[in-house]
Design a binder for this molecule. Structure first.
Ligand code: ZN
Length: 145
């Protein structure tokens, strides 16, 4: 079986999984969302704090495979400072890439380091790992709307 991490961006994903960004408890937050990926055992809780319509802070806790951890880290690195509409746009863009089975590379302007996960979309079993924290962020936005 081929390694879903193999390829150009392997290092970036491994790096984020080893030194995750935003992985801490946020005590002052507006919404939180827990998500679980039963096929892999990944768990993540995303917490967000908004100032007006702008995401001021995002943090997450949880455990799981390197893809789920790295994806939550990359999400944290790019989400701060964006409005809800911009976040929704990014979540949708990431979902499109992850559902493309390797056909979509993703817009780097929107997704920044998250384009590194495009290769994961060839492995349907791992797509949920990569999407988990993004779906959790989407859940927090739904609670706030
Ligand atoms: Zn996983």
């Amino acid at each position: 079986m081929s390694d879903p991490l193999a390829g150009l961006y392997q290092e970036l994903i491994l790096d984020h999984s080893k030194r995750p960004i935003g992985k801490h408890e946020l005590t002052d937050f507006d919404a939180e969302q827990f998500m679980r990926n039963p096929t892999c055992g990944d768990e993540v809780t995303v917490r967000v704090r908004f100032e007006g319509d702008t995401l001021a802070e995002i943090a997450w806790t949880g455990q799981g495979c390197s893809i789920s951890q790295a994806s939550a880290s990359v999400l944290s690195s790019l989400a701060t400072g964006h409005t809800r509409a911009e976040l929704t746009e990014r979540i949708e863009a990431f979902r499109t890439v992850m559902r493309s089975r390797g056909q979509e590379e993703g817009d780097e302007e929107l997704l920044e380091d998250a384009v590194a996960f495009a290769g994961v979309s060839k492995f349907p079993m791992r797509v949920k790992c990569a999407m988990l924290s993004w779906t959790a962020l989407e859940g927090t936005l739904a609670k706030l709307s």
